[in-house]
Design a protein around this ligand. Structure first.
Ligand SMILES: Nc1nc2c(ncn2[C@@H]2O[C@H](COP(=O)(O)OP(=O)(O)O)[C@@H](O)[C@H]2O)c(=O)[nH]1
Ligand SMILES: [Mg+2]
Ligand SMILES: [Zn+2]
Length: 307
């Protein structure tokens, strides 16, 4: 915006970020319409879910605008992985992860485990949805997800097409900031449309406010839902684990986390070490082999720096 703008400290106001498009940030302030704020370079990274301080700036004419003056410390984040750098932040201040899977395409347990690691190591509660239960193979696929029910996760059968289970999901997601994640094609958009009928999910308030359409797609967009916030993540292809350490990966597996207290070495990686209680449990069937293999794969990728 440059020199014709000058700072006028008439008001500072707090809000949370609902979308990010390049230098422009959509911010919701309680009790009023969302505003579009400019991100000064010094403000650094800003993502959906961030709690920000805005300052009002006045132009030489009568127009006023908003600028992000600061970002409050973040907790519980979602990242996407990046080959070049380590993970890039996508959503901050997450209260719940909603992992969407489907009868078709079949659930990829390795990916579900990766989402669960991201949730568990940051103490983010999570629920797992099985969408498209209107399809014939539903019972068989639900059976495959039984392993997560046994671990204490809520696995909810739903159908965005018929509406089955949607009200139950709506109740669970009605408070706090929930992020929907899942492989493309599982029906995240269809579910969002069920939960938020009438909201044009493709058109954020930002494009209306600027009248210029979207510059680039925001990787995540927040929508108010009942007393909470739903965040769709259509742009995340590769899901990252942030700055998790190799030794923290086992925290992401509830059954390993509880078992590892009995390993001989406190820093046991549960691979070759003698006296490993986790490998004994895998041998005896107390820990599923698929989950253990998931653990090994995720740990290896974290060790390789592929957060
Ligand atoms: N049979 C069935 N198809 C669904 C359901 N939900 C979504 N679909 C279909 O699955 C495909 C992918 O849905 P979409 O919402 O775009 O998935 P996304 O990539 O996760 O956002 C579309 O063709 C939808 O019509 C459902 O509950 N039942
Ligand atoms: Mg989609
Ligand atoms: Zn061990």
């Amino acid at each position: 915006m440059g020199s014709e703008w000058f700072r006028s400290l008439t008001s500072m106001i707090n809000g949370f970020v609902t979308a990010v498009y390049g230098e422009r940030v959509e911010v919701r302030i309680s009790g009023r319409d969302p505003v579009v704020a400019f991100r000064s370079r010094s403000a650094g990274v800003i993502v959906v879910g961030d709690s920000v301080m805005l300052e009002q700036v006045k132009g030489e004419g009568k127009e006023t605008g908003w600028r992000v003056a600061g970002v409050e410390p973040r907790q519980r984040c979602i990242w996407r992985s990046s080959k070049r750098r380590r993970s890039r932040l996508v959503v901050a201040n997450v209260d719940r992860l909603c992992i969407v899977s489907a009868v078709e395409p079949l659930p990829r347990e390795g990916l579900i485990d990766r989402y669960l690691v991201a949730a568990e190591w940051q103490s983010i509660p999570s629920v797992i949805l099985l969408n498209k239960v209107d399809l014939e193979e539903a019972d068989g696929v639900l059976g495959r997800l039984q392993v997560y029910t046994v671990l204490g996760y809520e696995v909810l059968p739903v159908s965005a097409r018929t509406g089955t289970g949607v009200e139950k999901v709506a109740e669970i997601l009605s408070e706090g900031l929930t992020v929907l994640v899942g492989h493309s094609g599982v029906g995240k958009s269809a579910l969002m449309n069920c939960l938020l009928p009438g909201v044009d999910l493709k058109t954020a308030a930002l494009s209306q406010a600027t009248g210029k359409g979207r510059y680039t797609t925001s990787v995540a967009t927040a929508h108010l839902f009942r007393h909470g916030i739903l965040v769709d993540t259509p742009g995340i292809r590769e899901f990252g684990l942030g700055d998790i350490l190799p030794g923290q990966v086992s925290i992401g597996f509830r059954e390993i986390r509880t078992k590892q207290e009995r390993c001989r070495f406190a820093d046991c990686s549960h691979r070759e070490e003698p006296g490993c209680a986790v490998r004994v449990a895998v041998g005896e069937g107390g820990i599923s082999e698929a989950r253990y293999n998931s653990y090994l794969r995720i740990r290896k990728s974290v060790e390789a720096g592929e957060g």
